[in-house]
Write a protein that binds this ligand. Structure first.
Ligand code: HEM
Length: 179
């Protein structure tokens, strides 16, 4: 998993819960990186799982809720780091429909070792979209949060619902409806 995901996560933890919490979750985890991340480095995904589950245990906030909050912070950081990838979009539905064949394609060029999810577009109208998320990481709540942030960026209201296609959540169907 790319370092930017870790550096932004720890920045948010510091902002919301303080530096002591950052130290605490790093110390509670067994990390090959020793908790030292650079945005362009690549680290084991298991490190993220440990950090977030310790944060959840220490704060009594469900991992899913933490992922939704994290998505808000991460989206802003991603578009700040890569403004050229999103600036020509005028509509959130177009942006979301283009993750698979444009945005994440470019991301893969920038970070060749990135392991990105896939989003297969099943249906698309002016107001509705159905997309299937697939990733071994099962970060579909992060995906849901990033979708909602995309709508916020354009000041458009929308709802994002999903159904898990398997227990693990490595395949999830999203139903996106513009209000
Ligand atoms: C400018 C926009 C975006 C950029 C630059 C970007 C970039 C990235 C990067 C660098 C990663 C980490 C990959 C790794 O660690 O190997 C990632 C993961 C991810 N991205 Fe994007 N992304 C963008 C927009 C979005 C949007 C709008 C969605 C929402 C559907 C999305 C969904 C995800 C998910 C769910 C992951 C987690 C990895 C997984 O589930 O396998 N991304 N993205």
């Amino acid at each position: 998993m790319k370092g930017i995901i870790f550096t932004e996560f720890l920045e948010l933890v510091e902002e919301k819960f303080g530096l002591e919490m950052v130290d605490k979750i790093i110390n509670q985890s067994s990390l090959d990186s020793d908790g030292i991340y650079t945005s362009v480095g690549t680290y084991e995904f298991s490190e993220m799982l440990q950090l977030i589950s310790h944060l959840s245990a220490n704060t009594d906030i469900a991992v899913d809720d933490l992922l939704m909050v994290y998505a808000e912070h991460l989206f802003k950081a991603l578009i700040k780091a890569h403004p050229n990838l999103v600036e020509h979009y005028k509509d959130p539905m177009n942006l979301l429909a283009s993750i698979e064949n444009h945005i994440h394609v470019e991301v893969q060029k920038i970070y060749p070792d990135a392991q990105l999810p896939t989003f297969e577009l099943e249906e698309r109208t002016d107001t509705k979209m159905v997309m299937v998320y697939k990733s071994d990481k099962a970060l579909y709540m992060l995906g849901k949060g990033l979708m909602l942030e995309t709508f916020k960026l354009f000041n458009v209201s929308a709802s994002v619902e999903f159904e898990k296609l398997n227990e693990a959540g490595t395949e999830v169907r999203f139903f996106i409806n513009k209000a």
